[in-house]
Design a protein around this ligand. Structure first.
Ligand code: NDP
Length: 477
């Protein structure tokens, strides 16, 4: 007997989306120079949602100067215990308005409501709570007495976790006493603008947080501005390299959180059902738009057939569709551009000889969609084993010995994350030491906590976000 889920759509009523949004500078919303705007669309329907101000060079000047004044006159001199009160206030308002944020994020990004509701928004609030706790304890953070803040932070974030990335950037910067100019991604500006409203509601002093919406040129102007003391970027390795080049020699402090091609390693003694959930969560969470996604499954040869078979059966139960439906597991791809990239790389996988499989699943007629896809028979030289696809596409490779697993896991220019599935604790520790990745999950995957530092090696960037280590990026240490 087949069981069908009845639709369980979350109401849009809780969110009111304005027709037009301005830039958030010095505590107020204002139009961009020349009143330039761009559209943001719902990727699940291609419906235009709003027009958003496109910040130019003069707007960046305005925002950096507001941030500088706020830094020198208000936020810098303010005792940490007072700064903490504002951060706690922002955290509490995020919790109070969590449903509104969850719906807005799903509409603007395309990700399922159950993820925005259970992951993005609670974690964003948790980051503000966590760093609020540090604001008056910087003397005891292990950086010596009275560590100094840096000044104005220019922060550029991507579209895959729009509010959460804003929280990762803003909370430690503010706790440490810096002021911020934040540039959200072009395709997902709305939750950062709602966060700006939350800053107003929390009565955060004007200029402490500024939000400049725009495209890549706006981001480039923020990071290059001479009034910016610290640059924090999350996004593609190409843009990360361009930013590092642009600010080389300026003395600006830099942290980069870039791409990844993580190995999720399953040994023959792993509990298979648990590992299947971990594999699914590792690559199909957030449509695979995750820098630390477990996009390369390395499975021990003796169990490979069994694991792939169980995985296929599990994937056949995933529900793809309306992001606002609480039953939905896989939402929309964030943009046409990203869909084209996933389509192109998947076609390359087939052309290079890997075997492509997707569960039967009907894609909606409008919007940007891609069925969950598994490639078997993948070799290390295939593009789908080397390049970051940033979509719901898993490449399966096999290994025979732990040494081979380590060699294959490390055969990537990236080094952000990895997973290991085995019942032997000693093997977990051995693997964790050998795999060159900033984060290694053992018998779980894609778990995040504000107290736990996150960041990469090599082409995945440098610097850590989260935890005590995340403070170092915003202090003169
Ligand atoms: P980008 O790296 O271009 O975007 C990240 C942010 O940087 C956005 O806010 C973007 O603005 C901004 N930006 C773009 N160019 C510049 C620049 N020269 N100087 C400063 N800021 C800039 O990623 P894309 O959205 O183009 O995605 C491309 C690929 O990158 C994806 O397919 C994926 O593989 C990878 N990616 C990885 C992420 C990660 O977390 N590791 C996150 C996002 C993407 P705007 O959005 O307006 O272009």
């Amino acid at each position: 007997m087949g069981w069908e889920y009845a639709p369980a759509p979350e109401s849009r009523e809780i969110v009111s989306i304005a027709r037009e949004y301005g830039l958030f500078v010095n505590g107020e919303f204002s139009p961009a120079q020349g009143s330039k705007t761009f559209a943001t669309v719902n990727p699940a329907t291609e419906e235009p949602l709003a027009r958003v101000a496109l910040a130019g060079g003069r707007d960046v000047d305005r925002a950096v100067s507001a941030a500088r004044t706020a830094y020198e006159q208000v936020w810098g001199p303010m005792p940490g215990a007072e700064r903490a009160k504002y951060l706690y206030r922002i955290a509490r308002i995020l919790q109070e308005r969590s449903r509104e944020f969850a719906v807005l994020e799903s509409i603007d990004n395309g990700k399922p409501i159950k993820e925005t509701r259970d992951v993005d928004i609670p974690l964003a609030a948790a980051h503000f709570f966590y760093y609020a706790g540090w604001a008056d304890k910087l003397d005891y953070a292990g950086f010596g007495p009275q560590p100094r803040s840096l000044g104005v932070a220019g922060q550029v974030i991507p579209w895959n976790f729009p509010l959460l990335m804003a929280a990762w950037k803003l909370a430690p910067a503010l706790a440490a006493g810096n002021t911020c100019v934040l540039k959200p991604a072009e395709t997902t500006p709305l939750s950062a603008l709602l966060l700006a409203e939350v800053c107003q509601q929390a009565e955060l002093p004007p200029g402490v947080v500024n939000v400049l919406t725009g495209a890549g040129d706006t981001g480039a102007a923020v990071v290059a501005h001479p009034g910016v003391d610290k640059v924090a970027f999350t996004g593609s390795t190409e843009v990360g390299i361009a930013i590092a080049e642009a600010i080389a020699g300026t003395g600006k402090k830099l942290t980069l959180e870039l791409g990844g091609k993580a190995a999720n390693v399953v040994f023959d003694d792993a509990p298979v059902e648990q590992a299947i959930e971990g594999i699914v969560n590792g690559i199909f969470f957030n449509q695979g738009h995750v820098c630390c996604a477990g996009s390369r499954l390395l499975v021990q040869e003796s169990v490979a057939e069994h694991v792939v078979d169980r995985l296929r059966r599990r994937l056949a139960t995933l529900r793809l569709g309306d992001p606002l439906d609480k039953n939905t597991d896989i939402g929309a791809i964030n943009s046409r551009q990203q869909l084209d990239k996933i389509t192109e790389l998947s076609a390359a996988g087939e052309a290079e000889g890997a075997h492509r499989w997707s569960p039967p699943c009907e894609l909606p007629k409008k919007g940007y969609w891609f069925a969950p896809t598994v490639f078997t028979g993948v070799s290390q030289s295939h593009r789908i084993a080397r390049e970051e696809i940033f979509g719901p596409v898993l490449s399966v490779l096999t290994f025979r010995t732990p040494e081979e697993a380590v060699t294959k896991a490390n055969n990537t220019p990236y080094g952000l994350s990895a997973g290991v599935w085995t019942e032997k604790g000693s093997r977990i520790l051995w693997m964790a030491q050998k795999m060159r990745a900033g984060v290694v999950w053992a018998n779980t995957y894609n778990r995040f906590d504000p107290a736990s530092p996150f960041g990469g090696y090599r082409e995945s960037g440098f610097g850590r976000e989260g935890g005590r280590h995340g403070l170092a990026a915003y202090l003169d240490v």
